[in-house]
Design a protein around this ligand. Structure first.
Ligand SMILES: CC(C)(COP(=O)(O)OP(=O)(O)OC[C@H]1O[C@@H](n2cnc3c(N)ncnc32)[C@H](O)[C@@H]1OP(=O)(O)O)[C@@H](O)C(=O)NCCC(=O)NCCS
Length: 142
């Protein structure tokens, strides 16, 4: 609702990124909602952390730890029953760290085929060894 007028949901529609597979897809349930009935931001943050870790784990070929959430923007609410897709791309590779961009889209109102970009985030993971200390990556800067 903006200025007393209901937003036309079709105005928010975007296409899913073409030619790319999401690293994660999930449907939030009523137990994931906040007291207002939309999906709790902390639930979205945890899913984004999992999604971002997938290319980081693949690149690190082993254990990683999240060291920083560099940025996080909730652009639109996620609703119960949305099909939520997480796209994650490595943005930077350092000596021990991997920075990943995560984009999140919600497909809602299946009968109208509306897809909304709901979240953008950037997170940094560190490759760690069995001692939980940083471990140099066997890859060069991207
Ligand atoms: C991850 C951890 C092992 C790193 O150890 P550390 O001694 O702090 O790490 P360093 O200072 O050597 O930095 C490691 C890398 O992280 C990067 N880094 C450090 N702080 C950062 C920050 N705030 N943002 C982005 N990158 C950061 C460094 O630049 C370095 O990258 P590089 O090797 O590619 O140049 C340690 O911080 C830790 O255990 N943190 C808790 C992890 C955790 O529990 N995560 C889940 C929380 S919910």
């Amino acid at each position: 609702m903006i200025g007393g007028q209901e937003l036309d949901p079709t105005e928010l529609h975007v296409e899913l990124p073409s030619g790319r597979e999401p690293v994660l897809r999930v449907v939030p349930m009523p137990a994931d909602a906040n007291p207002s009935g939309d999906i709790f931001g902390g639930w979205i943050m945890s899913q984004v952390d999992i999604a971002g870790s997938i290319p980081a784990l693949r690149l690190a070929k082993g254990r990683v730890a999240t060291i920083a959430v560099n940025s996080f923007v909730f652009k639109q609410p996620v609703l119960i029953g949305d099909l939520v897709s997480f796209f994650a791309d490595v943005a930077r590779v350092g000596r021990t760290s991997i920075t990943v961009n995560v984009e999140v889209y919600a497909q809602r109102r299946f009968e109208q085929e509306i897809t909304v970009k709901v979240t953008e985030a950037t997170l940094t993971y560190v490759a760690v060894g069995a001692d939980r200390r940083p471990r140099p990556l066997a890859v060069t800067e991207k």
